[in-house]
Design a protein around this ligand. Structure first.
Ligand code: 8YV
Length: 306
């Protein structure tokens, strides 16, 4: 949902109506639908060709977020509609959350907090020893802009960086490129961070074979999209102890998380909050509105994806 500030920023570009559901859009009178030139979208509910066809004069869909997998870009292109996103401004926050989950998982931060609050520590017990993260091996599945921000942070923790990507990147010496072979990547590392773009092309990118190749010390971190890994295979591997754990900010069926994941103690769960800082959400809102304004002013889009 758009916040009041975000709505005000959109309304400063032009008059706007709130129609966040397919039902609300279909219920709009025809004259109102004909007047719509742009959609400011937020969240991950699909916008397909039929949704676009409700608005014959639609020319731009401005997504609030870097990921635009919810929007059928081919359908938009076929209709002469430009899709825009908000890249870059959220790289640091997403990378921060990836490292926060890695540190929280390895050092049992959530459990430790509970022990202090519920008196377990005061009763004389000591938290069982946990696991060192600094200096370990890490695989970055997808070395785009967010992947790079994660890798830089991991390097600062003395971690040995491995990655997959469509092309080898210009990286500091010592980082190992595994082509697009995510199984080879998994064999080389203990930590696996999924940072590929969402969408059909990356569905199940971290495959069953890759998850199993991680081995019993393997920990999967996902800040990309639920679809970027085989969630069923992940759950089975976690339940069987074939891998050590996971830290997940994204899921197949958000906001409804598979009950088996919720039952697992070795999984750290977050409510898709990687970009959710005041600072970054403001920057994303400004970037979304800059794209909307560019359309109405007849200027080039700052960040079009098609
Ligand atoms: C969402 C995200 O934009 O940028 C992305 O791709 O997943 C998030 O930042 C946010 O959840 C609002 O839809």
């Amino acid at each position: 949902y758009f916040t009041e500030d975000e709505k005000a920023r959109i309304e400063a570009v032009g008059p706007a109506v709130l129609a966040g559901t397919p039902e609300a859009r279909a219920a709009m009178p025809e004259a109102a639908r004909l007047a719509i030139r742009a959609i400011a979208n937020k969240g991950h509910k699909p916008i397909d060709g039929a949704a676009m066809d409700l608005f014959p004069n639609l020319r731009v869909i401005a997504q609030f977020g870097v990921g635009y997998d919810a929007i059928d870009v081919a359908a938009a292109t076929a209709r002469g509609i430009t899709v825009t996103n908000t890249p870059d401004v959220l790289n640091e926050d997403v990378a921060d959350l990836a490292l926060a989950m890695m540190l929280a998982w390895s050092r049992e931060i959530v459990k430790g907090d509970g022990w202090v609050r519920n008196g377990t520590w005061a009763s004389g017990k000591e938290l069982p020893l946990n696991r060192k993260m600094s200096g370990a091996t890490v695989g970055i599945a997808g070395m785009g802009r967010i992947g790079r921000a994660i890798a830089d942070r991991c390097a600062a923790f003395g971690m040995e960086v491995h990655y997959t990507s469509r092309r080898a990147k210009d990286t500091p010496e010592g980082w190992t490129y595994h082509g697009e072979d995510v199984v080879a990547l998994a064999k080389a590392v203990e930590w696996m961070v999924v940072a590929v773009v969402g969408g059909e092309k990356t569905r199940g990118y971290l495959s069953r074979a890759a998850i199993d190749a991680l081995g019993p010390r393997g920990v999967v971190i996902n800040i990309a999209r639920g679809t970027c890994l085989d969630e069923e295979a992940l759950i089975e591997a976690l339940e069987a102890g074939r891998i050590a754990g996971a830290g997940l900010d994204v899921f197949y069926n958000e906001p409804h998380v598979d009950a088996r994941l919720i039952a697992l103690p070795n999984v750290l769960l977050q409510p898709h909050q990687a970009s959710s800082t005041v600072e970054t959400r403001r920057a994303m809102s400004i970037a979304q509105c800059a794209n909307l304004k560019a359309y109405f002013d007849g200027e080039p889009f700052p960040s079009a994806v098609n």
